[in-house]
Design a protein around this ligand. Structure first.
Ligand SMILES: [Zn+2]
Ligand SMILES: [Zn+2]
Length: 255
């Protein structure tokens, strides 16, 4: 599958190289495309088709914590509607790691580094998504972390925590909770709010970092918190991006 994909990408790339001289320059840049930069660094590269036409998600999961097919379909639809990427490939792979019950962000980075097999090259931009058992070491009495975007092309989902807040009476469905958290983390990679994608209008909730002031927006800070997110999933529907966040993405090369 990877070989076929690489061939397709290469053919597309060769075609582009022939048609546009400036793409030759991009090869040199992309051969060493960084993946340990800060969140938001790649916002424009993910949103636009200026350098990368295609996007590849390497979804690495621990046994028992694979995301649902519908969650991955929601991700694809979101990328289609918000970015200019032509081909969107999402591949899932079981990883064998020494399991912990609590993961620090250092642990998360080490797991990515030890298991990552796909790297950004030519016109294929690679995103790493980790789905782990266990909980985040940042959990407190009032805040339970469901997911974290931690590098320019990487995010982690604390999937066991997500399981514990979904699919029981008075809780959101697994698919809706998982999709909401995943799209929230992906939007941080898209530079929201005000981290790599400039604001058209001021709507940053500075008290809570890179989040939106609109309480109904997908980028409201409570979306990452297991204790409060259920109040935002009204009638089983996922929160959407508000007009301010949508406007920012469009202004930075998105749809
Ligand atoms: Zn967030
Ligand atoms: Zn917003």
């Amino acid at each position: 599958m990877k070989n076929i994909l690489k061939s397709i990408v290469l053919i597309a790339f060769l075609f582009l190289s022939c048609s546009k001289n400036d793409n030759v320059e991009n090869v040199l840049i992309n051969d060493n495309y960084p993946y340990i930069k800060q969140v938001g660094y790649s916002a424009n590269d993910i949103l636009s088709d200026k350098i990368f036409k295609n996007i590849y998600f390497e979804v690495m999961y621990v046994d028992g914590f694979k995301p649902t097919d519908n969650t991955l379909n929601n991700l694809k639809s979101f990328i289609e509607s918000r970015t200019y990427k032509t081909a969107i490939v999402v591949e899932t792979r079981l990883i064998d790691i020494s399991l912990k019950s609590i993961y620090s962000m250092d642990d998360v980075r080490n797991i990515e580094d030890a298991n990552k097999t796909m790297f950004t090259d030519e016109n294929l931009l690679v995103i790493s998504a980790l789905f782990l058992n266990g909980n985040s070491s940042s959990n407190t009495d009032t805040g339970v972390v469901l997911g974290t975007a931690y590098r320019n092309t990487s995010f982690v989902m604390f999937e066991e925590t997500i399981h514990s807040f979904s699919d029981s009476p008075f809780e959101p469905s697994r698919e809706v909770l998982e999709s909401t958290v995943m799209l929230h983390e992906f939007c941080h990679l898209l530079g929201l709010v005000n981290i790599g994608t400039n604001m058209v209008e001021d709507h940053q909730d500075t008290e809570h970092g890179a989040h939106c002031t609109d309480q109904n927006c997908l980028m409201y800070y409570q979306v990452e918190n297991g204790k409060s997110i259920k109040d935002m999933i009204v009638g089983g529907a996922m929160p959407q991006l508000d007009l301010f966040c949508l406007e920012d993405l469009k202004a930075n090369g998105g749809r």
